[in-house]
Design a binder for this molecule. Sequence first.
Ligand SMILES: C[S@@+](CC[C@H](N)C(=O)[O-])C[C@H]1O[C@@H](n2cnc3c(N)ncnc32)[C@H](O)[C@@H]1O
Length: 253
Amino acid sequence: MKTTHQIVYGNCLEKLKKLPDESVDLIFADPPYGLAKKKGLGWAYSKHITLQETWDIFSKDEFFKFNIEWINECWRVLKQGGSFWVCGSFHNIYQLGFILQHLDAKINNSIVWFKPNAQPNITCRMFTESTEHLIWAVKNHSKTKWTFNYDDTKNKIFDSLSPKGKQTRNVWSIALTSPKEKWAGVHPTQKPSELLRRVILSSSKPNDLVLDPFVGSGTTSVVAKSLGRNSIGIDNNKKYLEIAKKRLSQELL
Ligand SMILES: C[S@@+](CC[C@H](N)C(=O)[O-])C[C@H]1O[C@@H](n2cnc3c(N)ncnc32)[C@H](O)[C@@H]1O
């Protein structure tokens, strides 16, 4: 199936405004987590998991305002019955969930992504942080049915915690991309393709339109293409988008 894939350079707050209301079937967002230490949200003992990327630096108030703005725009462009996925860590996920609940989103699941090869905790003063979280919410105001490809989840999604042929649990064990894999390490917070495969496979149909407002190195676009979905990926970093374009032209999952 021939699909189309747009890579858009710019601030998603502006670029999302150009998309029509209720025009997107699935949104996957991997936003800034607010881990950066320079201003506001720094956490003294988390050096090994903090980022110093400028795009991740916000004051507490700026961060809340930013999250409200981009989620509102995403919600506007999402179709009735469409799926909205957002991932985060304990630094931001509660705030994202609060905003979604305020929008009257129907939250279908929260997924715990277990990373068996997460970094150890070097401070030895707390547990080793080895999970991230995904919220799966749907726009259900008109009671339009959302897509859930139940058979695909049973037969095409499995790991050590969910055997093949059984219902898939909301705990997903997916290793961080090994440095040996092609395209590994091209972005500081690159998501494993398998994570995106599960999201897109389970909650969209072939030929649907998938939007990622923070597409980075293009993981979402590449997976959407491999699954026969169309995609729009936005990012305000040219360097990452060049990588995304290259991956889209070369990568076959
Ligand atoms: C967590 S990373 C996404 C990584 C991506 N999932 C991947 O696998 O490569 C967040 C991305 O958001 C981008 N970004 C931050 N603020 C943005 C904004 N206002 N508009 C568009 N992109 C933004 C950053 O450049 C960064 O690439």
